[in-house]
Design a protein. Sequence first.
Length: 235
Amino acid sequence: MNDARSALVLFSGGQDSTTCLAWALERFDHVETIAFDYRQRHRIELDQRLVVLDEVRRQFPQWKEKLGEDHFIDMGVLGQISDTSLTRDVAFKMEQDGLPNTFVPGRNLLFFTFAAAVAWRRNIRNMVGGMCETDYSGYPDCRDNTIKALQVTLNLGMDRSFVLHTPLMWLDKAETWAMAEELGGAALVETILEHTHTCYQSERGPMHAWGRGCGECPACVLRKRGYETWKAKAA
């Protein structure tokens, strides 16, 4: 059966998935990472994730030996069938159904399904994702009930005992910054600030107090607001 000491982290190279990677490295003996290219307009995150992995290996010797293989999955077909502001060059807005047009239908469901196929082959039990329904954009596939139901489905469909972990599920962005500091101290916070990518516009540009990005897209607004709240509480 799958190894309970190992984990596979859905790792995009953003703030949340980097924090989740640190969380997994603190808890498991062997940690692998997986990323998905679905032709996202902020595809620069796929380049930055490799930089972040290098920084983790360089700055955290206690984690270096635990960090194993990285997997890269081409899911271009998802971009082909998705008419969203993350897969098309259109303005960010709210739709009539109340969801932002940044919502890519089925994305997290497919991510975990493909991750489970890799975990099945690699004999890995635990899968870790940065989904959150406390301080988020309202995506239905980020909800706790969705992830729990998906875990049941994957275990039934693959005859395994996978465990889906979402350590950020009940945290807001300020608490996510605090978790990063608790896990990796100032070094991890600086790595997240300098090297992770969140901006939907693929803007790296000048360094802000909260990191790099346009400062205006929904992802930047959440990241900036969370950072400022965290710093204010720590003052």
